[in-house]
Design a protein around this ligand. Structure first.
Ligand code: PRT
Ligand code: ZN
Length: 307
């Protein structure tokens, strides 16, 4: 039964829902095919957004959230976001800084980690950035490279090429390279050695600076979901049994979201304790917990985490 005080609250929830449905979609540019595509799709799926993916489509609308996906080359995303062909885009920071368009970075996404580095033939002696004076450098990142050279007062020639940069010294096209490195194996295979890192990069969301109120509302809702997904990945749920005498020490090791949940066990003098532990502190904390007397430790992935 609906009681009187409920009516305004219920109407305002429905009102919000209907307005949301009437909004024009937030256009999200993602890479059509390449190293960012799979993780970009996965992130949106983990946010509960469903798409009907036809083969070779250039854009598609979500079935259950007011967004539309545009599939583009990553190089074109900054310009399209600046011009509002897309409202936001997902791409590597390396490309954002190289293209230098008037867009803002809204969120770091933690995938596609890599670095833009300078590499030289492995048999050469490296003498510091001055090594590059009067050398010819092959790159697909002429802006980032020329900024670096200028900052370090190096006079070098830039040979801009669009792909397979690492083979340039081997075929006599350049003396050294400035390229994206991840594991370093491509450099090694081509007889090159990484000597300087110009930029560390990961995938980010960029946005147009002048989004209207409705689009901002959708964006806030999307960013809220993305943060919940990312927090969940960065944390694990932990359950353990411990003697009551160890609880104080264990609470110190596991501060949790606010404070751990502690429940008594049937066995006298023992408790069950539930908390959250950061993924990157996980092993270190487990060792500390065992030393403090914890037993039967269970560690469970978290699907979403709303702070
Ligand atoms: O067709 P489109 O223009 O959209 O794609 P693309 O071919 O220009 O880009 P793509 O898909 O290769 O990369 C997209 C983004 O992924 C880059 O802008 C980076 O932000 C990020 N990323 C992460 C990488 C790498 N890791 C990477 N390893 N981009 C490129 N590489 C290449 C690098 O150029 C080199 O040839 O991989 C090689 C080095 O890898 P390692 O592991 O041997 O060091
Ligand atoms: Zn590209």
């Amino acid at each position: 039964m609906l009681i009187k005080q409920d009516i305004p609250t219920r109407l305002s929830i429905l009102d919000g829902f209907f307005n949301f449905n009437k909004m024009s979609e937030l256009k999200i540019a993602i890479q059509k095919s390449g190293r960012l595509s799979e993780n970009s799709h996965k992130l949106l799926e983990e946010c509960g957004i469903k798409f009907s993916n036809g083969a070779n489509v250039l854009k598609t609308k979500a079935k259950n959230f007011p967004v539309e996906l545009l599939f583009l080359r990553d190089d074109d995303i900054p310009q399209y976001v600046e011009q509002r062909v897309a409202d936001i885009g997902i791409l590597g920071e390396n490309m954002v800084f190289e293209k230098n368009k008037d867009v803002q970075i809204l969120e770091k996404l933690g995938f596609a980690q890599c670095r833009l580095s300078l590499a030289i033939p492995k048999e050469d002696t490296y003498t510091g950035p001055g090594y590059f004076n009067n050398k010819k450098l092959a790159t697909s990142y002429p802006k980032l490279l020329s900024d670096y050279l200028e900052k370090n007062k190096i006079k070098a020639e830039i040979e801009e090429i669009s792909g397979s940069v690492e083979i340039a010294p081997g075929i006599g096209l350049a003396d050294a390279v400035c390229d994206i490195v991840s594991s370093g194996s491509t450099l090694m295979t081509n007889g090159l050695r990484e000597v300087e890192t110009i930029l560390n990069s990961q995938a980010v969301i960029i946005g147009n600076r002048n989004l209207g109120q409705n689009k901002k509302k959708i964006l806030d809702s999307l960013l809220f979901r993305i943060r919940a997904v990312r927090h969940a990945k960065e944390n694990k749920y932990i359950l353990l049994n411990a003697p009551e005498s160890s609880i104080k020490e264990i609470c110190r090791i596991l501060p949790g979201m606010k404070s751990p949940t502690i429940l008594p066990l049937v066995e006298k003098g023992w408790c069950s304790l539930h908390s959250v532990v950061k993924e990157d502190q996980f092993w270190e904390r487990i060792d500390q917990l065992k030393a403090a007397g914890a037993e039967g430790i269970l560690v469970i992935p978290i699907e979403k985490m709303i702070l």
